[in-house]
Design a protein around this ligand. Structure first.
Ligand code: ADP
Ligand code: ZN
Length: 729
């Protein structure tokens, strides 16, 4: 595929659409011709659909029957590197290409003409009669250069009515013009002075500059608060100075305005924003501005990776270990890995930033595939918190309570000093289980193999798998006895009750995503806490991510053992990352931080590693274990999920696959299962899973394709392939 192909009028072209037709279809180039990569409208059956000219047509379809491309859109053609990226991604994730193309054209109304709006500018005429009001209008227009104003804005700035402005049109002193509704993006200026960097930061920036200007992945590792953000903003500056575009991926961009404010402080203007909270008009505007090269920097969620950058020179993946980078529905991909792929195709630098990198990235750095830059201490005066276990076997605690006396004492101590304390519990809702004290029945979801979680705030039971809700019953659905249903175990809402009881004079805030109806409300709560609006903060894992609470000096982990219970391959890694991240919230400013971990197994190797702080030792031990088991990142895995309304056919298909494992044996891969998936039923559909393990260098995708092609699936059965599965749900 070469990027510069031009197709003359009537030439045969192949066009990929986002429709589920499988492969690109042949058409005739439109009158006036088109470039390869052009966004076009083509007829498909009775409809008109959007497509991309993928290349020359392959010619095995009678020319007389070919239909013509209807229209070429007025946006820059998709670049060859983008087409390559989408194809490689499709084959890596084993997703049909049209589905991947859909990710790259997700800007609603992209091809509608932008609406026009009227603006008012300084004209060359003189007002027929000068008044004070008219003079003020002219003054405002002269002060503010050429951009022009909307009517209301101009009138307000001049302190006049809109009719005064309109009255100045006839003389030509003010002129009215129609301009496209999409306002231009403000320019970012990389030459503005940044913060004065520490020695360690300067050294890190110099290392990043060595790798700029081409494909070069770097792990930027440093504890929370060590100044990584400041360092990678300098890499952004470097990229902007080269006239290329930069993309920063952030896991919780929709929740934080702090990052945007920091970019503005550094470069004098905000970056483009891309996430679920951005309006459709804004999305369309940003999509076009990345294609034209007008926007210099984008801060976004994982899907920003599919924006049509004209010249992408840098991708930063902040908190690169974060599980939210893995898309678990639709196209199953890991945005961190796809960022590296995309960068390799467009010659961009990649910076993977984290305090607790994923084992994959750590191993790539160990193997020398990625450069590694470490920022040692925290920036300035702030120190890493001291971490201590609280052995729960030695604490006396009343039943239905979860904050032990040692932690209570520590909280009182901090709050008395005017500091903040955070209690961390990674469980939404009031109680994870509702049990009948008469018959022992636990209330489950009708559609999933999961227990219903009581959410007292919403006065409902909620299934965390499918979102199904039902009212909290007074009578046991099993034995029909009244008044015997009781909550078991704590969620954050129940913990809040305990906090109110134990610390009645303190102001408390609960941060859990389901307690807020909009991202804006949650964002406001976060900034209110940062400004000292609460003494005790109760939070789920959303508090672990990047929010800066300057007065926070104590973090108490209610149940440090919680994440260690699963049989998940990554249970140890995840617990280690989460605990270190949460603890890192304490003592970010001048106050000294303390993290206390309530645990029943203080001698567990993972808990010891978390407390010991010898991170390299933890990763080495974890790496050795995975190496011995030939599992990622030292082997490859794929999950196969069969789902359907009935269980039996799923097992039949699973057994058939397991028997016909020839294509997998050819690459010396092993298949495990079929077995019920850990969540064996979701939304009324049964789920059965197989797991394939292969050598790191084995051509896994091709073998999987041959393997699954051997079985015919009934219409109501779905087979999904998850390459590099992250969770084993
Ligand atoms: P990280 O990204 O590693 O968590 P940050 O870049 O957010 O660290 O830095 C932590 C805090 O220190 C922030 O409040 C940041 O503004 C401040 N900081 C970092 N580097 C500097 C610097 N060179 N000068 C002044 N403040 C800095
Ligand atoms: Zn359910």
């Amino acid at each position: 595929m070469s990027g510069q192909d031009w197709f003359t009028d009537g030439a045969r072209v192949s066009v990929l659409t986002a429709e589920p037709v499988g492969r690109p279809l042949d058409y005739l180039a439109p009158e006036g011709g088109c470039w390869a990569g052009a966004f076009v409208m083509v007829p498909l059956g009775p409809r008109k659909v959007l497509g991309v000219v993928w290349g020359a047509g392959d010619g095995d379809f009678a020319a007389a029957k070919l239909r013509r491309v209807l229209q070429v859109m007025d946006v820059p053609p998709m670049k060859v590197e983008m087409r390559q990226f989408l194809m490689k991604m499709a084959s890596y994730t084993m997703t049909p290409l049209p589905q991947v193309l859909r990710l790259a054209t997700r800007a609603p109304g992209l091809f509608d003409a932008p609406g026009l709006r009227k603006i008012y500018r300084l004209g060359s005429g003189e007002p027929s009669r000068m008044t004070d009001a008219r003079a003020r209008v002219l003054e405002v227009l002269r002060d503010h250069g050429g951009a022009g104003f909307q009517l209301g804005e101009l009138a307000a700035l001049a302190g006049v009515t809109t009719s005064v402005v309109k009255g100045m049109l006839t003389s030509g002193a003010v002129v009215e013009a129609d301009v496209p509704r999409d306002a231009p993006f403000e320019r970012l200026d990389p030459s503005l002075p940044g913060k004065v960097l520490s020695e360690a930061q300067r050294a890190a920036v110099a290392r990043l500059e060595d790798g700029s200007g081409g494909f070069a992945p770097v792990l930027l590792k440093g504890v929370t608060g060590s100044g990584k953000t400041e360092v990678y903003l300098e890499a952004v500056a470097d990229c902007l100075r080269q006239g290329r575009q930069a993309l920063v991926l952030l896991p919780e961009i929709a929740l934080s305005s702090e990052f945007l404010a920091r970019v503005e402080a550094r470069f004098g203007a905000k970056p483009g924003e891309w996430h679920s909270g951005v309006t459709q008009t804004e999305r369309r505007r940003l999509w076009k501005a990345t294609a034209s090269g007008e926007v210099q920097m984008v801060a976004g969620a994982r899907s920003a990776l599919f924006l049509p950058f004209r010249d992408l020179g840098l991708i930063v993946v902040d908190e690169e270990h974060d599980t939210s980078y893995k898309q678990e529905e639709g196209v199953l991909y890991n945005a961190r890995d796809m960022a590296v792929l995309r960068a390799s195709l467009c010659g961009a630098q990649v910076v993977l930033a984290s305090a607790t990198p994923s084992l994959e990235t750590w191993a790539n750095a160990e193997a020398g595939k990625y450069a590694r830059v470490d920022l040692g201490a925290r920036f300035g005066a702030s120190k890493l918190p001291e971490m201590r276990p609280i052995d729960m076997r030695n604490e006396t605690i009343e039943s239905q309570h979860w904050i032990g006396p040692t932690l209570v004492g520590a909280v009182i101590d901090r709050v008395r000093r005017g500091e903040q304390a955070m209690l961390f519990l990674n469980r939404r809702g009031y109680a994870p289980v509702t049990i009948c004290r008469a018959c022992g029945h636990q209330i489950g979801c009708d559609h999933c193999d999961a227990r219903m979680v009581e959410h007292r705030f919403m006065k409902q039971l909620v299934c965390h798998q499918c979102g199904e809700t039902k009212p909290i019953p007074t009578q046991c659905p099993n034995c029909k006895v009244e008044g015997k249903l009781a909550p078991v175990g704590p969620g954050v809402e129940r913990l809040a009750e305990e906090v109110r009881e134990r610390f009645p004079d303190s102001r408390m805030a609960v941060l859990s995503s389901d307690l807020f109806t909009t991202a804006r409300a949650l964002k406001e709560a976060i900034s209110d806490i940062a400004n000292g609006g609460a003494d005790i903060i109760i939070g789920t894992q959303i508090v672990a991510k990047g929010h800066n609470f300057p007065k926070l000096s104590l973090v108490g982990v209610i149940d440090a053992d919680l994440g260690l219970q699963g049989s998940d391959l990554r249970a140890a890694e995840r617990t280690f990352q989460l605990m270190r991240q949460v603890a890192g919230r304490a003592g970010r400013a001048e106050t000294e931080g303390l993290a206390l971990l309530q645990t029943y197994q203080p001698e567990h190797p993972v808990i010891r590693a978390i407390l010991g702080g010898d991170e390299e030792a933890f990763w080495r031990a974890e790496a050795a274990q995975r190496q011995a088991q030939h599992v990622p990142p030292y082997g490859r895995m794929a999950g196969i999920i069969l789902s359907g309304p009935d269980l039996k056919p799923l097992f039949d298909i699973g057994e058939a696959l397991s028997r016909q494992s020839g294509p997998l044996r050819e690459i010396e891969a092993t298949v495990y299962g079929p077995a019920p998936a850990p969540v064996a039923r979701v939304r009324g559909r049964h789920r059965v899973r197989l797991l394939v393990k292969a050598d790191k260098r084995a051509p896994l995708q091709a073998a999987l394709a041959r393997w699954v092609a051997q079985v015919r699936l009934p219409n109501n059965v779905r087979l999904a392939i998850d390459i590099d599965p992250q969770s084993f749900m």
